[in-house]
Design a protein around this ligand. Structure first.
Ligand code: FMN
Length: 167
């Protein structure tokens, strides 16, 4: 069952769930991939509800989101530790993670990218702005702590065009 949510209904819960990790799903040319994310934010920018995802240059996810201009975020409301571990350590370049992690997809309501089935908070996003981090603009302590090997993030600001809970 799908329960549609407005910004007031999902924003606080999404912010609470992000540190518990989520799936960021992308698709292009019939290829669907998902990766685990632990960083991100929900807020209002440009008078719109926005999910900001941070994706390092090395991720296959980056290639797909660049092509499609959209992504979905599934914030699990049940324990999905094993799937999150697999999708956070293996690349979609090397395997079909959806099959290997035994994940089920549900079609997107407002975008062509699917969401991960199961009890969860689902956010469907269309990228309206992106920005690759400039190392010289980052506080040096955080630069050292998070980017010892470079591989800076691109921030994708996705307008949340559909938000709902799945059972
Ligand atoms: C708990 C956890 C959180 C993660 N958060 C992020 C993130 O926010 N951004 C990112 O680029 N990678 C993050 N990663 C790493 C990617 O999930 C991982 O490199 C993945 O294999 C990339 O898959 P892909 O190549 O199919 O895109 C995280 C990994 C874990 C385990």
């Amino acid at each position: 069952m799908i329960t549609k949510l407005n910004y007031e209904q999902y924003s606080a819960q999404a912010a609470e769930l992000i540190p518990k990790n989520a799936f960021m799903t992308t698709s292009h040319n019939n290829k669907v991939n998902t990766m685990t994310i632990g960083w991100g934010s929900v807020g209002v920018i440009w008078r719109k509800p926005i999910f900001t995802a941070l994706v390092r240059q090395s991720r296959f996810t980056k290639e797909l989101v660049e092509q499609s201009g959209e992504f979905t975020v599934t914030l699990p409301l049940t324990e999905m530790k094993e799937a999150l571990a697999l999708c956070g350590t293996k690349s979609g370049r090397d395997m079909d993670k959806i099959t290997v992690a035994k994940l089920t997809l549900l079609p997107g309501q407002a975008v062509a990218t699917p969401v991960i089935a199961g009890p969860g908070l689902q956010l469907e996003c269309k990228v309206i702005y992106k920005q690759t981090m400039l190392p010289e603009n980052l506080a040096s302590a955080d630069n050292k702590a998070c980017y010892a090997e470079g591989d800076y993030h691109t921030m994708y600001f996705g307008e949340i065009v559909a938000a709902y809970k799945t059972e």
